[in-house]
Design a protein around this ligand. Structure first.
Ligand SMILES: [Zn+2]
Length: 298
């Protein structure tokens, strides 16, 4: 499958002697240190991204090799000559708790490229997106091919959040500088959507992480509550022997509005109580949840 991710360009400058050697191994004509500008890029890492996917840690070295020699392009705004940068060195960097591919790329100095260099220096053109092809995408919960099991990215399963793990690197493509914010709306690349700030980032930017964390926790509880509500309804429908199969019921309750589910549950509970007057066990279970429930009614 094709994967495209946003990465960041970090500081750059004059190449070292060793870097210049690597650059010249790729360049058509021999270049001097004065003719090139080098900068580093943080390519893929093994952390879950906004798409609910992550690269397999074991896949990073292979992927790093594939990115060697790949070119970088900028959008037409900067240059008519599209290919401007080239990756000449990649390595897998291990940090505490995560690993990532660090790449070094060079740009030939002069002409329109000076604008890009100036922008990188100024930290303006920070958004870079990379594309690659991965052979497999595996479910983090059960290990089967993602999409073949019932697990969904972003959903919780026994305290674990499901994600798709990208394995078996097949190919790496050119990377591109994305003009920010001018090109944000262009929507050419998948990563463009990803460049939009998520709530968590906004919370960090405005220093309201505590509130964000509290909200996140509440949302998690809300999701759990919703799941219980769905389970209750399925159980009630099955108890009433409506003749509808469980998978069908599950499908229906999954898409129904919470308000409708609440109304439905209360009427079905009434119906079950009429049918089976001795429902102490079931009844006490619902009563115990009343307190929690009221906190989530919106
Ligand atoms: Zn699964």
């Amino acid at each position: 499958m094709q994967v495209r991710k946003a990465v960041e360009a970090v500081c750059g400058g004059v190449p070292t002697a060793a870097q210049l050697e690597s650059i010249n191994a790729l360049a058509k004509a021999r270049l001097t240190a004065e003719q090139v500008y080098v900068f580093s890029l943080r390519l893929c890492d093994d952390q879950v991204d906004r798409d609910g996917e992550r690269f397999d840690t074991g896949a990073l070295p292979g992927l790093a090799k594939l990115f060697l020699g790949k070119t970088g392009i900028v959008d037409h705004q900067w240059s008519s000559e599209k290919q401007v940068a080239r990756i000449f060195e990649t390595q897998v960097v291990k940090e505490e708790g995560f690993s990532y591919i660090k790449a070094w790329a060079y740009i030939r100095r002069g002409g329109v490229n000076e604008e890009i260099i100036a922008d990188i220096e100024a930290g303006i053109k920070k958004e870079v997106s990379v594309g690659c092809a991965m052979g497999r995408s595996v479910c983090s919960i059960c290990g089967s091919e993602y999409g073949c099991c019932g697990h969904q990215k972003g959903e919780h399963y026994d305290g674990q959040v499901c994600c798709a793990i990208l394995k078996e690197p097949m190919d790496a493509y050119e990377f591109s500088f994305v003009a920010v914010p001018a090109q944000r709306e262009a929507g050419v690349l998948k990563a463009m959507g990803g460049n939009r700030k998520c709530l968590k980032e906004l919370a960090e930017e405005f220093g309201v992480q505590t509130e964000y964390r509290a909200l996140y926790k509440e949302a998690q509880l809300g999701r759990q509550y919703r799941k219980e509500l769905e389970n209750d309804l399925v159980r009630l429908c099955l108890t009433l022997e409506l003749g509808v199969e469980e998978p069908v019921l599950r499908g229906i309750v999954k898409t129904a509005a919470a308000e409708d589910l609440l109304k439905m549950r209360s009427s079905l509970e009434g119906r079950v109580a009429e049918m089976m007057p001795v429902t102490t066990q079931l009844g006490s279970k619902f009563d115990a949840r009343e307190g929690l429930e009221s906190g989530f009614l919106i």
